[in-house]
Write a protein that binds this ligand. Structure first.
Ligand code: G3I
Length: 302
């Protein structure tokens, strides 16, 4: 196959990208995105500050621009993200305790009902664990509402849209030896044992010199899958975009039957949140990088 999406589909997987609504008017960007990818994640437009700028007043204008573009171009959509310490609107940042807990529940219900039955996977909770060696939860206003905030978010999400796969999503959880990975694993194992509704784990996979790709990523994916959840690579970008590392990541997903697919976090290097790392598959002029060819070849089985 000659595009990333079609090549991934040969094994029942998808190959997606993050899309920014305000770039869709750029024809180079839109042409590549429409041609190469068969799954879309809104880079910022479905986040809390975008979808509920004032309490109780939902706004899906930008989110629907991304959503409708994706569906009109035949792509599935990953929802990102419902409960997160970052990109909260001011009104939410000022809440605490039971009022914040209720606001989180109301937000999940409001956004998921708008897209009910139309989202393949939702990142229900994003980035709840601390970096470093503690294995602890990240301190945040949501965490301070009580340690059960994550499971409450998942139970709320299941009731709001039973058709969506419900994911926990995080970064620096790709290396099996990291404390953060082990903490996330213990949470997912506990959720599965107690019947908390979780379907998938998203590995953001923002690899750089400080948190590099390690070949034990495949072990991580396999160990999570063995708990009875699907896994996905949700925000892939790699500093310098070495072709061999991109191929390794693709082969890791292909080696794990429960790996649903791969999403890269943008189209061209100039679209990246860290463009100085030139971490993506396309050059600024829209031409394909060596990493693109490596990914396509891996998806095609060789
Ligand atoms: O839209 C405003 C614009 O009006 C304003 O003039 C400008 C001034 O700073 O800011 C613009 O908003 C920026 C927004 O991206 C849209 O470009 C924000 O400042 C900026 O913080 C925001 O960055 C996003 C970041 O999440 C915020 O946390 C990145 O685009 C986005 O790629 C990044 O994505 C995250 C995932 O959601 C979660 N995992 C990590 C990943 C990378 O940080």
């Amino acid at each position: 196959e000659s595009t990333l999406g079609a090549a991934a589909a040969q094994s029942g997987r998808y190959f997606g990208t993050a899309i920014a609504a305000n770039r869709l008017s750029d024809s180079t960007y839109a042409t590549i995105a429409a041609r190469e990818f068969d799954s879309v994640t809104a880079e910022n437009e479905m986040k809390i500050d975008a979808t509920q700028p004032q309490r109780g007043q939902f706004n899906f204008t930008a989110a629907d621009r991304v959503y409708n573009w994706a569906v009109q171009n035949g792509k599935q959509v990953r929802g990102h993200t419902l409960a997160w310490h970052s990109q909260q609107p001011g009104w939410m940042q000022s809440l605490s305790g039971s009022a914040l807990r209720q606001a989180m529940i109301d937000h999940i219900n409001g956004v998921m009902s708008h897209y009910k039955g139309r989202i393949a996977q939702w990142d229900v909770v994003n980035e709840a664990f601390a970096d470093g060696s503690s294995g602890a939860r990240r301190d945040s206003n949501l965490q301070r509402t009580g340690n059960d905030w994550i499971e409450v978010a998942f139970r709320t999400a299941r009731a709001a849209d039973p058709s969506a796969k419900l994911c926990y999503n995080d970064y620096n959880v790709e290396d099996w030896t990291w404390a953060k990975t082990q903490a996330m694993y213990a949470m997912v194992r506990d959720f599965k044992q107690r019947g908390v509704p979780i379907d998938c784990v998203g590995f953001q996979s923002h690899f750089n010199s400080g948190s590099p790709y390690n070949s034990n990523f495949r072990t991580t994916l396999q160990n999570f899958a063995a708990l009875g959840v699907d896994v996905a690579i949700t925000e892939l970008d790699i500093q310098g975009a070495p072709a061999s590392t991109y191929a390794n990541v693709v082969n890791d997903c292909l080696a794990v039957s429960r790996c649903l697919g791969i999403t890269v976090w943008g189209v061209r290097d100039s679209d990246s949140w860290r463009s100085e790392h030139t971490p993506l598959l396309f050059n600024n002029d829209g031409s394909k990088k060596p990493a693109y060819t490596a990914v396509l070849n891996a998806l095609n089985g060789g």
